[in-house]
Design a binder for this molecule. Structure first.
Ligand SMILES: *Cc1c(COP(=O)(O)O)cnc(C)c1O
Length: 409
Protein backbone atom coordinates (compact mmCIF):
# COMPACT_ATOMS: atom_id res chain seq x y z
CA UNK A 1 0.00 0.00 0.00
CA UNK A 2 1.15 3.56 -0.74
CA UNK A 3 2.32 5.47 2.39
CA UNK A 4 2.55 2.23 4.37
CA UNK A 5 5.93 3.19 5.79
CA UNK A 6 4.37 6.13 7.64
CA UNK A 7 2.18 3.74 9.56
CA UNK A 8 4.90 1.22 10.28
CA UNK A 9 7.31 3.90 11.46
CA UNK A 10 4.60 5.34 13.73
CA UNK A 11 4.37 1.88 15.30
CA UNK A 12 8.14 1.60 15.61
CA UNK A 13 8.09 4.85 17.60
CA UNK A 14 5.52 3.40 20.01
CA UNK A 15 7.60 0.25 20.49
CA UNK A 16 10.71 2.35 21.13
CA UNK A 17 8.84 4.31 23.82
CA UNK A 18 7.60 1.04 25.35
CA UNK A 19 4.01 2.07 24.98
CA UNK A 20 2.83 -0.16 22.17
CA UNK A 21 -0.38 -1.71 23.46
CA UNK A 22 -1.15 -5.41 23.38
CA UNK A 23 -4.66 -6.55 24.27
CA UNK A 24 -5.28 -9.76 26.19
CA UNK A 25 -7.77 -11.98 24.34
CA UNK A 26 -10.24 -12.75 27.12
CA UNK A 27 -13.54 -14.55 27.34
CA UNK A 28 -15.67 -13.55 30.30
CA UNK A 29 -17.77 -16.25 31.92
CA UNK A 30 -21.23 -15.01 32.93
CA UNK A 31 -22.05 -16.19 36.43
CA UNK A 32 -18.39 -16.75 37.33
CA UNK A 33 -17.01 -13.20 37.21
CA UNK A 34 -14.16 -12.33 37.89
CA UNK A 35 -13.12 -15.68 36.38
CA UNK A 36 -12.39 -15.61 32.67
CA UNK A 37 -10.63 -17.61 30.00
CA UNK A 38 -7.51 -16.12 28.49
CA UNK A 39 -6.91 -17.20 24.90
CA UNK A 40 -3.14 -17.15 25.36
CA UNK A 41 -0.65 -17.82 22.56
CA UNK A 42 -0.31 -21.33 24.06
CA UNK A 43 -4.07 -22.00 24.18
CA UNK A 44 -6.95 -21.24 26.57
CA UNK A 45 -6.10 -20.70 30.26
CA UNK A 46 -8.17 -19.71 33.31
CA UNK A 47 -7.49 -16.24 34.75
CA UNK A 48 -8.93 -13.89 37.38
CA UNK A 49 -9.65 -10.34 36.21
CA UNK A 50 -8.49 -7.57 38.58
CA UNK A 51 -8.83 -4.49 36.35
CA UNK A 52 -12.40 -4.48 35.09
CA UNK A 53 -14.49 -1.32 34.96
CA UNK A 54 -17.55 -3.56 35.30
CA UNK A 55 -17.06 -2.41 38.89
CA UNK A 56 -20.10 -4.08 40.42
CA UNK A 57 -20.27 -7.12 38.16
CA UNK A 58 -23.61 -5.90 36.77
CA UNK A 59 -22.57 -7.11 33.31
CA UNK A 60 -23.34 -10.63 34.45
CA UNK A 61 -26.31 -9.92 36.71
CA UNK A 62 -29.21 -12.29 35.91
CA UNK A 63 -31.71 -9.38 35.82
CA UNK A 64 -29.52 -7.52 33.32
CA UNK A 65 -28.85 -10.49 31.07
CA UNK A 66 -32.51 -11.47 31.34
CA UNK A 67 -33.70 -8.03 30.23
CA UNK A 68 -31.25 -8.04 27.35
CA UNK A 69 -32.19 -11.48 26.04
CA UNK A 70 -35.91 -11.00 26.52
CA UNK A 71 -35.88 -7.62 24.77
CA UNK A 72 -33.74 -8.84 21.87
CA UNK A 73 -36.07 -11.77 21.41
CA UNK A 74 -39.10 -9.48 21.26
CA UNK A 75 -37.64 -6.45 19.46
CA UNK A 76 -34.64 -7.73 17.53
CA UNK A 77 -30.99 -6.81 17.49
CA UNK A 78 -30.52 -3.27 16.18
CA UNK A 79 -32.28 0.06 16.70
CA UNK A 80 -32.89 0.52 12.98
CA UNK A 81 -31.66 4.06 12.65
CA UNK A 82 -30.74 7.35 14.23
CA UNK A 83 -33.15 8.73 16.81
CA UNK A 84 -34.54 11.00 14.11
CA UNK A 85 -34.89 8.23 11.52
CA UNK A 86 -36.81 5.37 13.17
CA UNK A 87 -34.32 4.74 15.98
CA UNK A 88 -36.27 5.99 18.99
CA UNK A 89 -37.45 2.80 20.61
CA UNK A 90 -39.54 2.39 23.72
CA UNK A 91 -36.79 0.87 25.93
CA UNK A 92 -34.62 3.92 25.13
CA UNK A 93 -37.39 6.28 26.24
CA UNK A 94 -37.81 4.25 29.43
CA UNK A 95 -34.06 4.35 30.05
CA UNK A 96 -34.03 8.14 29.84
CA UNK A 97 -36.92 8.30 32.31
CA UNK A 98 -34.96 6.07 34.67
CA UNK A 99 -31.93 8.40 34.43
CA UNK A 100 -34.09 11.45 35.10
CA UNK A 101 -35.31 9.77 38.26
CA UNK A 102 -31.83 8.56 39.30
CA UNK A 103 -30.22 12.00 39.09
CA UNK A 104 -33.27 14.10 40.02
CA UNK A 105 -33.05 16.25 36.89
CA UNK A 106 -35.75 17.43 34.46
CA UNK A 107 -34.46 15.52 31.44
CA UNK A 108 -31.82 13.07 30.21
CA UNK A 109 -30.38 12.14 26.84
CA UNK A 110 -28.68 8.86 25.95
CA UNK A 111 -25.70 8.57 23.56
CA UNK A 112 -23.90 5.55 22.13
CA UNK A 113 -21.10 5.91 24.68
CA UNK A 114 -19.92 8.04 27.56
CA UNK A 115 -17.12 9.20 25.30
CA UNK A 116 -19.56 10.55 22.74
CA UNK A 117 -21.74 12.15 25.41
CA UNK A 118 -18.78 14.24 26.62
CA UNK A 119 -17.32 14.93 23.20
CA UNK A 120 -20.51 16.12 21.53
CA UNK A 121 -22.35 17.27 24.68
CA UNK A 122 -19.64 19.65 25.90
CA UNK A 123 -18.95 21.02 22.41
CA UNK A 124 -22.64 21.71 21.83
CA UNK A 125 -23.32 23.30 25.21
CA UNK A 126 -20.27 25.58 24.95
CA UNK A 127 -21.09 26.63 21.38
CA UNK A 128 -24.61 27.64 22.41
CA UNK A 129 -23.24 29.98 25.09
CA UNK A 130 -22.16 33.25 23.46
CA UNK A 131 -18.46 34.04 24.04
CA UNK A 132 -18.20 31.10 26.46
CA UNK A 133 -15.01 30.33 28.38
CA UNK A 134 -14.50 26.75 29.58
CA UNK A 135 -12.70 26.03 32.87
CA UNK A 136 -11.50 22.44 32.79
CA UNK A 137 -9.69 20.42 35.48
CA UNK A 138 -6.16 19.43 34.38
CA UNK A 139 -6.87 15.73 34.90
CA UNK A 140 -10.07 15.58 32.89
CA UNK A 141 -10.57 12.53 30.68
CA UNK A 142 -9.71 12.54 26.99
CA UNK A 143 -13.42 12.59 26.02
CA UNK A 144 -13.77 15.91 27.89
CA UNK A 145 -10.59 17.30 26.31
CA UNK A 146 -11.93 16.42 22.86
CA UNK A 147 -15.30 18.00 23.70
CA UNK A 148 -13.55 21.19 24.79
CA UNK A 149 -11.40 21.19 21.65
CA UNK A 150 -14.43 20.74 19.43
CA UNK A 151 -16.24 23.57 21.16
CA UNK A 152 -13.60 25.88 19.68
CA UNK A 153 -14.06 28.40 22.49
CA UNK A 154 -11.48 29.82 24.89
CA UNK A 155 -10.42 27.33 27.56
CA UNK A 156 -8.54 27.64 30.84
CA UNK A 157 -7.11 24.64 32.64
CA UNK A 158 -7.14 24.69 36.44
CA UNK A 159 -4.69 22.63 38.46
CA UNK A 160 -6.23 19.32 39.46
CA UNK A 161 -8.78 19.74 42.30
CA UNK A 162 -7.21 23.13 43.16
CA UNK A 163 -10.16 25.41 43.94
CA UNK A 164 -7.92 28.38 44.70
CA UNK A 165 -6.57 28.20 41.16
CA UNK A 166 -10.08 27.78 39.77
CA UNK A 167 -11.16 30.89 41.68
CA UNK A 168 -8.20 32.86 40.33
CA UNK A 169 -9.22 31.98 36.77
CA UNK A 170 -12.90 32.74 37.39
CA UNK A 171 -12.14 36.09 39.00
CA UNK A 172 -10.11 37.15 35.97
CA UNK A 173 -13.14 36.91 33.68
CA UNK A 174 -15.76 39.58 33.10
CA UNK A 175 -18.69 38.89 35.47
CA UNK A 176 -21.25 38.62 32.67
CA UNK A 177 -19.19 36.32 30.42
CA UNK A 178 -20.76 32.81 30.22
CA UNK A 179 -18.50 30.31 32.01
CA UNK A 180 -18.61 26.53 32.01
CA UNK A 181 -16.77 24.59 34.75
CA UNK A 182 -16.05 20.96 33.81
CA UNK A 183 -14.72 18.35 36.24
CA UNK A 184 -14.97 14.71 37.20
CA UNK A 185 -16.54 13.50 40.43
CA UNK A 186 -14.02 10.68 40.87
CA UNK A 187 -10.76 10.54 38.94
CA UNK A 188 -10.23 7.00 37.81
CA UNK A 189 -6.45 6.76 37.70
CA UNK A 190 -5.74 7.95 41.27
CA UNK A 191 -9.14 7.28 42.76
CA UNK A 192 -9.45 10.75 44.28
CA UNK A 193 -12.65 12.78 44.58
CA UNK A 194 -13.41 16.36 43.52
CA UNK A 195 -14.34 19.00 46.14
CA UNK A 196 -17.81 19.20 44.59
CA UNK A 197 -19.39 21.69 47.00
CA UNK A 198 -16.43 24.05 46.98
CA UNK A 199 -16.50 24.06 43.17
CA UNK A 200 -20.25 24.76 43.27
CA UNK A 201 -19.66 27.62 45.75
CA UNK A 202 -17.34 29.23 43.20
CA UNK A 203 -19.74 28.55 40.35
CA UNK A 204 -22.47 30.38 42.25
CA UNK A 205 -20.21 33.24 43.27
CA UNK A 206 -18.93 33.82 39.73
CA UNK A 207 -22.05 32.88 37.78
CA UNK A 208 -20.69 29.75 36.08
CA UNK A 209 -22.45 26.63 34.80
CA UNK A 210 -21.30 23.29 36.27
CA UNK A 211 -20.75 20.08 34.28
CA UNK A 212 -19.72 16.94 36.18
CA UNK A 213 -18.53 13.59 34.80
CA UNK A 214 -19.84 10.87 37.16
CA UNK A 215 -18.62 7.99 34.99
CA UNK A 216 -16.64 6.34 37.81
CA UNK A 217 -19.14 7.06 40.57
CA UNK A 218 -22.71 6.69 39.27
CA UNK A 219 -24.22 3.44 40.53
CA UNK A 220 -21.47 3.09 43.17
CA UNK A 221 -21.78 6.13 45.42
CA UNK A 222 -24.59 8.22 46.84
CA UNK A 223 -28.16 7.33 47.74
CA UNK A 224 -29.58 4.79 45.27
CA UNK A 225 -26.31 5.03 43.33
CA UNK A 226 -27.00 8.61 42.19
CA UNK A 227 -23.28 9.46 42.42
CA UNK A 228 -20.85 11.66 44.34
CA UNK A 229 -22.70 14.96 43.79
CA UNK A 230 -25.78 13.34 45.33
CA UNK A 231 -23.72 11.96 48.21
CA UNK A 232 -22.35 15.44 48.91
CA UNK A 233 -25.85 16.93 48.80
CA UNK A 234 -24.86 18.98 45.75
CA UNK A 235 -27.06 17.48 43.04
CA UNK A 236 -29.22 20.61 42.76
CA UNK A 237 -26.08 22.73 42.32
CA UNK A 238 -24.88 20.74 39.31
CA UNK A 239 -26.25 21.87 35.96
CA UNK A 240 -25.24 18.90 33.82
CA UNK A 241 -24.40 15.38 34.98
CA UNK A 242 -22.68 13.07 32.52
CA UNK A 243 -22.38 9.34 33.02
CA UNK A 244 -21.87 5.98 31.38
CA UNK A 245 -23.98 2.84 31.21
CA UNK A 246 -20.83 0.80 30.57
CA UNK A 247 -19.05 0.79 33.93
CA UNK A 248 -21.06 0.27 37.14
CA UNK A 249 -24.17 -0.44 35.06
CA UNK A 250 -22.32 -3.12 33.08
CA UNK A 251 -23.75 -2.40 29.59
CA UNK A 252 -22.97 0.24 26.96
CA UNK A 253 -23.94 3.85 26.30
CA UNK A 254 -23.55 7.29 27.85
CA UNK A 255 -25.84 10.09 28.94
CA UNK A 256 -26.25 13.62 30.16
CA UNK A 257 -28.96 14.82 32.55
CA UNK A 258 -29.96 18.41 33.30
CA UNK A 259 -32.63 21.03 32.76
CA UNK A 260 -35.26 20.42 30.07
CA UNK A 261 -33.82 23.25 27.93
CA UNK A 262 -30.18 22.21 27.98
CA UNK A 263 -31.06 18.59 27.20
CA UNK A 264 -33.47 19.57 24.41
CA UNK A 265 -30.85 21.90 22.95
CA UNK A 266 -28.20 19.16 22.90
CA UNK A 267 -30.75 16.76 21.38
CA UNK A 268 -31.43 19.32 18.66
CA UNK A 269 -27.89 20.56 17.92
CA UNK A 270 -25.32 17.86 18.81
CA UNK A 271 -23.92 16.13 15.70
CA UNK A 272 -22.65 13.17 17.75
CA UNK A 273 -26.22 12.57 18.84
CA UNK A 274 -28.10 13.37 15.64
CA UNK A 275 -26.06 11.54 13.01
CA UNK A 276 -25.50 8.14 14.61
CA UNK A 277 -27.68 5.08 15.09
CA UNK A 278 -29.45 4.81 18.44
CA UNK A 279 -28.57 2.18 21.04
CA UNK A 280 -30.30 -1.16 20.45
CA UNK A 281 -33.45 -1.79 22.53
CA UNK A 282 -31.89 -4.80 24.27
CA UNK A 283 -28.97 -2.75 25.58
CA UNK A 284 -31.33 0.00 26.77
CA UNK A 285 -33.49 -2.53 28.60
CA UNK A 286 -30.43 -4.15 30.18
CA UNK A 287 -29.08 -0.77 31.35
CA UNK A 288 -32.49 0.13 32.80
CA UNK A 289 -32.55 -3.18 34.68
CA UNK A 290 -29.08 -2.46 36.11
CA UNK A 291 -30.00 1.07 37.22
CA UNK A 292 -33.27 -0.13 38.78
CA UNK A 293 -31.52 -2.92 40.62
CA UNK A 294 -28.80 -0.66 42.00
CA UNK A 295 -31.36 1.93 43.10
CA UNK A 296 -32.83 -0.50 45.59
CA UNK A 297 -29.94 -2.88 46.29
CA UNK A 298 -27.26 -1.50 48.62
CA UNK A 299 -25.48 -4.87 48.79
CA UNK A 300 -23.24 -4.29 45.77
CA UNK A 301 -22.12 -0.85 46.98
CA UNK A 302 -21.37 -2.01 50.53
CA UNK A 303 -19.57 -5.15 49.43
CA UNK A 304 -17.62 -3.18 46.80
CA UNK A 305 -16.24 -0.79 49.44
CA UNK A 306 -15.57 -3.61 51.88
CA UNK A 307 -13.64 -5.57 49.22
CA UNK A 308 -11.63 -2.49 48.26
CA UNK A 309 -10.52 -1.86 51.85
CA UNK A 310 -9.76 -5.55 52.28
CA UNK A 311 -7.48 -5.50 49.22
CA UNK A 312 -5.74 -2.33 50.43
CA UNK A 313 -5.04 -3.79 53.87
CA UNK A 314 -3.89 -7.20 52.58
CA UNK A 315 -1.53 -5.61 50.05
CA UNK A 316 -0.18 -3.18 52.67
CA UNK A 317 0.38 -6.01 55.13
CA UNK A 318 2.33 -7.86 52.44
CA UNK A 319 4.71 -4.89 52.20
CA UNK A 320 3.35 -3.58 48.91
CA UNK A 321 3.12 0.19 48.44
CA UNK A 322 -0.48 0.98 47.70
CA UNK A 323 -1.19 4.58 46.71
CA UNK A 324 -3.62 5.98 49.25
CA UNK A 325 -7.11 6.38 47.84
CA UNK A 326 -10.46 6.96 49.50
CA UNK A 327 -12.32 5.04 46.82
CA UNK A 328 -12.59 1.63 45.15
CA UNK A 329 -9.65 2.35 42.85
CA UNK A 330 -6.32 0.92 44.01
CA UNK A 331 -3.34 2.27 42.06
CA UNK A 332 0.08 0.67 42.55
CA UNK A 333 2.76 3.02 41.35
CA UNK A 334 5.51 1.51 39.20
CA UNK A 335 6.93 4.66 37.62
CA UNK A 336 8.53 2.92 34.66
CA UNK A 337 6.74 1.82 31.48
CA UNK A 338 8.90 -1.24 30.91
CA UNK A 339 8.60 -2.58 34.45
CA UNK A 340 4.90 -1.85 34.42
CA UNK A 341 4.39 -3.90 31.28
CA UNK A 342 6.70 -6.65 32.53
CA UNK A 343 4.89 -6.88 35.88
CA UNK A 344 1.56 -7.14 34.12
CA UNK A 345 2.88 -9.81 31.72
CA UNK A 346 4.29 -11.89 34.59
CA UNK A 347 1.06 -11.66 36.59
CA UNK A 348 -0.89 -12.95 33.63
CA UNK A 349 1.51 -15.61 32.33
CA UNK A 350 2.63 -17.05 35.66
CA UNK A 351 -0.13 -16.28 38.13
CA UNK A 352 -3.26 -16.23 35.99
CA UNK A 353 -3.99 -12.68 37.18
CA UNK A 354 -5.02 -10.02 34.72
CA UNK A 355 -4.15 -6.41 35.61
CA UNK A 356 -3.25 -4.42 32.53
CA UNK A 357 -0.43 -1.85 32.63
CA UNK A 358 -1.45 1.83 32.66
CA UNK A 359 1.17 3.76 30.74
CA UNK A 360 1.47 7.13 29.00
CA UNK A 361 -0.67 8.80 27.62
CA UNK A 362 -3.39 7.48 29.95
CA UNK A 363 -1.24 8.74 32.86
CA UNK A 364 1.75 11.15 32.83
CA UNK A 365 5.18 9.64 32.07
CA UNK A 366 6.95 8.51 35.22
CA UNK A 367 3.65 7.62 36.91
CA UNK A 368 3.07 4.31 35.12
CA UNK A 369 1.07 2.02 37.36
CA UNK A 370 -1.05 -1.04 37.83
CA UNK A 371 -4.62 -0.12 38.63
CA UNK A 372 -6.49 -2.69 40.66
CA UNK A 373 -10.29 -2.60 40.76
CA UNK A 374 -11.85 -5.04 43.24
CA UNK A 375 -15.49 -5.95 42.71
CA UNK A 376 -18.11 -7.43 45.05
CA UNK A 377 -17.27 -10.82 43.55
CA UNK A 378 -13.56 -11.05 44.44
CA UNK A 379 -13.31 -13.44 47.41
CA UNK A 380 -10.72 -13.61 50.21
CA UNK A 381 -8.74 -16.39 48.54
CA UNK A 382 -8.44 -14.33 45.36
CA UNK A 383 -7.30 -11.30 47.38
CA UNK A 384 -4.61 -13.39 49.09
CA UNK A 385 -3.50 -14.88 45.77
CA UNK A 386 -3.24 -11.37 44.33
CA UNK A 387 -1.00 -10.24 47.20
CA UNK A 388 1.28 -13.27 46.87
CA UNK A 389 1.55 -12.85 43.12
CA UNK A 390 2.36 -9.14 43.44
CA UNK A 391 5.07 -9.80 46.02
CA UNK A 392 6.65 -12.38 43.70
CA UNK A 393 6.45 -10.12 40.65
CA UNK A 394 7.64 -7.01 42.54
CA UNK A 395 10.76 -8.95 43.51
CA UNK A 396 11.40 -10.14 39.98
CA UNK A 397 11.09 -6.75 38.32
CA UNK A 398 13.04 -5.18 41.22
CA UNK A 399 10.42 -2.87 42.61
CA UNK A 400 10.69 -1.92 46.29
CA UNK A 401 8.82 -3.80 49.03
CA UNK A 402 8.59 -2.55 52.61
CA UNK A 403 10.07 -4.91 55.15
CA UNK A 404 7.34 -7.27 56.33
CA UNK A 405 8.10 -6.64 60.01
CA UNK A 406 7.74 -2.92 59.43
CA UNK A 407 4.58 -3.44 57.48
CA UNK A 408 3.09 -5.36 60.38
CA UNK A 409 3.72 -2.55 62.87
C1 LIG B 1 -14.57 5.64 30.45
C2 LIG B 1 -14.75 7.13 30.61
C3 LIG B 1 -15.60 7.86 29.78
C4 LIG B 1 -16.20 7.25 28.55
O1 LIG B 1 -17.24 6.38 28.86
P1 LIG B 1 -17.56 5.18 27.85
O2 LIG B 1 -18.98 4.87 28.12
O3 LIG B 1 -16.60 4.09 28.18
O4 LIG B 1 -17.34 5.71 26.46
C5 LIG B 1 -15.87 9.18 30.08
N1 LIG B 1 -15.29 9.79 31.14
C6 LIG B 1 -14.42 9.13 31.93
C7 LIG B 1 -13.82 9.86 33.08
C8 LIG B 1 -14.11 7.80 31.68
O5 LIG B 1 -13.21 7.16 32.45
Amino acid sequence: MIHNHYFSSALVRLHAERRYRVFADLERIAGRFPHATWHSPGGPRPVVIWCSNDYLGMGQHPKVIGAMVETATRMGAGAGGTRNISGTNHPLVELERELVDLHGKEAALVFTSGYVSNETGIATIARLLPNCVILSDAWNHNSIIEGVRRAGVEKKIWRHNDVAHLEELLAAEAPDRPKLIIFEALYSMDGDIAPVNRICDLAERYGAMTYIDEVHSAGMYGPAGAGIAAREGALHRIDVIEGTLAKAFGCLGGYIAGSASVIDAVRSYAPGFIFTTALPPAICAAATAAIRHLKVSQWERDRHQERASRVKSVLNAAGLQVMPSETHIIPMMVGDPEKCKEASDLLLAEHGIYVQPINYPTVPRGTERLRITPTPYHDDAQVDALAEALVDVWGRVQLPLRHRALAAE
